[in-house]
Design a binder for this molecule. Structure first.
Ligand code: AMP
Ligand code: GLY
Length: 427
């Protein structure tokens, strides 16, 4: 069987890497892919944009691809699954209507309220003056969110009234996120520890993947601006087995039932970003795809064949799937370009990946890399995800950072405290 993964980051390299391990698979294509994907024995990057639906459909036909897995949110929100399904293709991912759970925060909030799914109290505004009045009456801390897709940058956790008003100004008046800022969601600030839950959903059933935790701020100790994710680890001990059951019963199952009852069944991977508060888990956000970099820490722990699981999910047969997970923890550390998430330079030569991968439990996933002649160079903010499995979390962290110490590019930055919450918990 041949598989196509749509996207080009660390998440897509990890998906291709795991898919290529399946004995069912003869070839994995990735559009547009990256040099990491191309280096897999069964892997091949195809220079097609993730939103070039026609090009992707032609590729599926030409290569006789049996399953397409969509990585990023933008093509999902733009209807790639509807487009390819209408042509009779088997696609893993939600329809555009179901992808509104991520593409419109206002839709997600209303949906959760209709179905009694625990989340922060919120109000939605289209008029800037009414929004300002609400914020002044509410006071800080408060969270201001652009309604639409803003590449993870549309959220401000405002500690002061001034910060909240300036976030409203940026989103609604200056329109720095374009149409994503037509509406804002103003939300109660939730206190607690965050965790990410990924679950396969086939429209009716839910199968949870191992838990994980991301690290969004760019500097150690959660300082500095938010990024796409500076590292992750799995499992996240903040999610106890009792909480896992509560999350399934109070969040994931009601979401899938609710989407089905509204005529927009949810198929694909549902990512619930949660805050574990004193009064229980609350949804901070839904994403309609695999998390990046959570996927890089979760998939190495998966012992089952991912291809049978994704195919069964896409075909509505999730009840036939049982997933087994390794008890060994996994850590992934993002190596990023100096300056990221602000502006940064590209084209820096990367060395040391082969040396880092001498350890059989270390895998280096490419996120933003390119080939310049024979050399591998940086081509994005997040450049590599250095990933290690080990018998304990401490050991996995040690191995990941040892591997990191062997890799170099000019301006390379990374957080040195990935997994600190879990490590401090066990001390
Ligand atoms: P999002 O892009 O929606 O994941 O939000 C980015 C980050 O903002 C989240 O990972 C949280 O750390 C934080 N955040 C979002 N909503 C809230 C909230 N209601 N209370 C506290 N923190 C929040
Ligand atoms: N790790 C955050 C995200 O995938 O949105």
């Amino acid at each position: 069987m041949k598989i196509l993964v749509v996207g080009s980051g660390g998440r897509e390299h990890a998906l291709c890497w795991k898919i290529a391990q399946s004995p069912l698979v003869s070839r994995v294509y990735c559009a547009p892919g990256n040099p990491g994907v191309a280096s897999l024995a069964k892997g091949e990057s195809v220079p097609l944009g993730a939103e070039d639906f026609e090009g992707i459909a032609a590729l599926i036909e030409e290569k006789d691809i049996g399953l397409t897995v969509v990585g990023p949110e933008n093509p999902l929100a733009a209807g790639i699954v509807d487009y390819l399904s209408a042509r009779g293709e088997v696609v893993f991912g939600p329809s555009a209507a179901a992808a509104r759970l991520e593409a419109s925060k206002a839709f997600a909030k209303d949906f959760m309220s209709r179905h009694g799914i625990p989340t922060a109290n919120a109000a939605v505004f289209e008029d800037p003056e009414t929004a300002r009045r609400y914020v002044r009456a509410h006071g800080a801390p408060v969270v201001i969110k652009a309604d639409g897709l803003a590449a993870g940058k549309g959220v401000t956790v405002a500690k002061t009234l001034e910060d909240a008003l300036s976030a409203l100004d940026l989103i609604m008046e200056r329109r720095v996120f374009g149409d994503a800022g037509t509406r804002v969601v103003i939300e109660e600030y939730l206190e607690g520890e965050e965790a990410s839950i990924l679950a396969l959903c086939d429209g009716e059933q839910v199968l949870m993947l191992p838990t994980s935790q991301d690290h969004k701020p760019v500097f150690d100790g959660d300082q500095g601006p938010n990024t796409g994710g500076m590292g992750a680890y799995s499992p996240a001990p903040v999610i106890t087995p009792a909480l896992e059951t509560e999350i399934r019963e109070k969040i994931l199952e009601p979401t899938v039932r609710g989407m089905a009852s509204e005529g927009t069944p949810y198929r694909g991977v549902l990512y619930a970003g949660l805050m574990i508060t004193k009064s229980g888990p609350r949804v901070v956000e839904f994403n309609v795809r695999f998390g990046d970099p959570e996927t890089q820490a979760v998939l190495p722990r998966l012992e089952s064949d991912i291809v049978s699981a994704l195919t069964a999910c896409a075909e509505g047969r999730l009840d036939t799937v049982k997933l087994t997970t390794s008890s060994r923890p996994c850590v992934t550390v993002a190596l990023v370009s100096g300056g990221y998430p602000g502006s940064y330079e590209k084209g820096k030569v990367i060395t040391g990946i082969d040396a880092a991968q001498q350890d059989p439990d270390v895998t280096v996933f490419h996120a933003g890399t390119a080939k310049a002649g024979d050399q591998l160079v940086t081509a994005g903010g997040r450049v590599l995800n250095v990933t290690a499995l080990a018998d304990t979390l401490e050991e996995a962290v040690k191995r990941a950072y040892h591997a990191v110490s062997l890799i170099h590019f000019d301006g390379m930055h990374y957080r040195k405290d990935i997994a600190h919450r879990a490590l401090n918990r066990t001390q």
